[in-house]
Ligand binder design. Structure first.
Ligand SMILES: NC(=O)c1ccc[n+]([C@@H]2O[C@H](COP(=O)([O-])OP(=O)(O)OC[C@H]3O[C@@H](n4cnc5c(N)ncnc54)[C@H](OP(=O)(O)O)[C@@H]3O)[C@@H](O)[C@H]2O)c1
Length: 223
């Protein structure tokens, strides 16, 4: 597959490098030619501009700060088409002071991105730090098995493309719903980051699956 990566920072590096290792052709597009060339050389990909990454290949990964999006998309002329109809993977987190979503109670980052660009947006990879995405599947696996990567999107072809890219990292794609569910994934990520930052292991909030679902299996009520 050919993948355009918008950004040359941590997430671009983590995911792009592993996709190159999996045999994909990756173009790393950044606003700084130096950083784009350095990352492409290190990862084994191609350097380019943000615009070139936006229009490159089968899918694009948006690995930029959420608050830079308006400027970047305006510069790309997104309203008229750089990303329209393309598979666009959104790994952004719109998290501000107090670990609150800067998108508030409105549409989340992914839905806004889809509306502005007309792209087939798939929310993915936002819920874990770049240090995890750099790992191989064994190191990233959970005690329950391979790492499941939640995906939200409305376009089946785009979802299938991203499922392939998840499998190529050695993980298991888990399609949880349409793009409206991305709002929840973004909120849950902020919640998880809060727990991790304060030294709490989120796994302590979660009894085994069988325990949580025992009532349902016994014909229990809806929650
Ligand atoms: N890092 C993580 O663990 C992690 C995990 C999940 C999700 N995310 C999300 O992924 C996204 C990227 O995070 P990151 O950690 O990779 O960030 P990062 O390391 O700070 O890299 C950000 C990239 O965006 C570029 N950029 C920043 N402002 C820009 C602007 N106004 N115009 C054009 N380019 C701009 C930077 O370019 P320069 O180098 O030229 O400044 C850099 O290439 C964020 O939305 C973040 O919330 C991060």
């Amino acid at each position: 597959m050919r993948i355009g990566v918008l950004g040359t920072g941590n997430m671009a590096d983590a995911l792009g490098t592993r996709w190159v290792a999996a045999g994909h052709e990756v173009l790393f597009g950044g606003r700084s030619p130096e950083r784009s060339h350095a990352l492409a050389a290190r990862a084994g990909g191609r350097p380019g501009t943000l615009g070139e990454a936006a229009s490159f290949g089968d899918a694009a990964l948006l690995a930029l700060p959420h608050d830079a999006l308006a400027d970047v998309l305006a510069a790309l002329g997104s309203g008229t088409g750089a990303l329209r109809g393309r598979t666009l993977i959104d790994c952004t987190n719109a998290i501000g002071p107090g670990l609150l979503l800067t998108t508030g109670t409105g549409p989340g980052a992914a839905r806004t991105l889809a509306r502005i660009t007309g792209a087939a947006v798939v929310k993915a990879f936002n819920h874990l730090p770049d240090s995890v995405w750099r790992l191989g599947p064994l190191a990233a696996a959970t005690t329950e098995g391979p790492l499941a990567v939640p995906l939200c999107g409305d376009d089946e072809a785009a979802l299938e493309t991203v499922r392939t890219l998840v499998r190529d990292l050695g993980h298991v794609p888990l399609t949880v719903g349409g793009l409206e569910r991305a709002d929840q994934l973004e909120a849950v990520t902020a919640f998880l980051i809060g727990l991790w930052k304060s030294g709490h292991d989120p796994r302590t909030l979660l009894p085994p699956f069988e325990v949580v679902t025992a009532g349902d299996r016994a014909g229990g009520r809806e929650r």
